[in-house]
Design a protein around this ligand. Structure first.
Ligand code: NAI
Length: 332
């Protein structure tokens, strides 16, 4: 039995968490959940959206499954996600993007992996108001963080039989910061002679991704470009409802979907739990419950391929509960 920290989040978080927990239970996952609330709903009682107990729980259990939490825009608290990634030094954001049978998109041959640096860049949170009419934000890029993210990307490529790693920057404009990121990637690339190394500017990448996404394999990016490009790639495979992710550090991993808390559909039994379920499947593989992971994956892909019971974001008219039950039925 493995203890895993479970953060149900807010917005649609609790609905999709219920769905995923019940599927994992029915599939026989050997998990004891250490449930830790975080986000907007705990601010009133605990004074912060990310109480220390949440971080302590993840440090103890080393693995967590996290549903989305709301971050108020423009003012108030720093994003729980950004804080969590910093506090636990979860330096990699890993987002595999692969077409799923049955989910119609403009493409049917997308199979790429985004490796996003997770701890610095403009997300360092160093901002100041200069005067009434201007503000500034500092972009931090270090050799340490750039080298370790490039190493992660190349290691991942080797372990997962990938052919190439492409470093993505805007080094023609941000010569010092993105230039440093690129130099680190080049240095790391020299140690991996079996993996092809390529470079591309982020604007050109965006254009090419929406024309020929099959050209790309593993992409390694600084934080901000990684954030934006991973949503673009989520769109290539059917949208946020099916895009999984993980935040990985030296010996801690937090699995979470790419999407946010979707306040517009909160409490309507409409949310698609697929992205959180795919994240949970990756988590099961990470904790060596691979057979159970594969059983769930098979059931999920079967329901998606059949296309009869789908949530509205995928063009269906079924509820979260109906979709969940259909996956459970297919486990048998
Ligand atoms: P969002 O991802 O929550 O929603 C964007 C659109 O996609 C909405 O129309 C929503 O209904 C739809 N959508 C998202 N997930 C869905 C799902 N599972 N099933 C069906 N439809 C889905 O992005 P938005 O609106 O920019 O952010 C809302 C809140 O979420 C913000 O407070 C933001 O800070 C937070 N957020 C949290 C994240 C996290 O906890 N990891 C990640 C991204 C945003």
């Amino acid at each position: 039995m493995q203890t895993v920290t479970l953060i149900p989040g807010d917005g649609i978080g609790p609905e999709i968490t219920n769905s995923v927990v019940s599927i994992l239970k029915e599939a026989g996952a050997e998990i004891e959940w250490d449930i830790q609330s975080a986000g907007a709903d705990v601010i009133e009682q605990e004074g912060t959206p990310l109480p220390e107990r949440v971080i302590d729980s993840i440090k103890k259990n080393k693995v967590a499954l996290k549903a989305p939490v709301t971050t108020p825009i423009g003012k108030g608290f720093r994003s729980v996600n950004v804080q969590l990634r910093k506090a636990l030094d979860l330096y990699t954001n890993l987002r595999p993007c692969k077409n799923i049978d049955g989910i119609k998109t403009r493409f049917d041959n997308v199979d790429l992996v985004i490796v996003r640096e997770n701890t610095e860049d403009l997300y360092a949170g160093i901002e100041r108001q200069i005067d009434e009419n201007s503000a500034e934000s500092i972009k931090i890029i270090t050799k340490k963080a750039s080298t370790r993210i490039a190493e992660f990307a190349f290691d991942y490529a080797v372990k997962n039989n990938r052919k190439s790693v492409t470093a993505v920057t805007k080094a023609n404009i941000c010569k010092l910061t993105d230039g440093l990121f690129l130099n680190c990637a080049r240095e790391v690339a020299e140690k991996y002679s079996n993996i092809e190394y390529k470079e591309i500017l982020v604007d050109n990448l965006c254009m090419q991704l929406v024309q020929n996404p099959e050209k790309f394999d593993v992409l390694v990016l600084p934080n901000l470009y990684g954030d934006i490009v991973s949503d673009l790639c989520a769109g290539l495979i059917g949208g946020l409802g099916v895009a999984q992710g993980a935040n990985i550090g030296k010996d801690i991993a937090v699995f979470e979907p790419v999407h946010g808390s979707a306040p517009d559909i909160k409490g309507q039994n409409k949310a698609n739990p697929t992205a959180l379920l795919l994240s949970a499947i990756e988590m099961l593989k990470y904790i060596n419950q691979t057979e159970i992971a594969q059983r769930i994956e098979k059931a999920l892909f079967c329901v998606l391929k059949e296309g009869k019971i789908l949530t509205t974001d995928l063009g269906g008219n079924s509820t979260t509960a109906e979709f969940t039950n259909e996956i459970i039925k297919n486990l048998k």
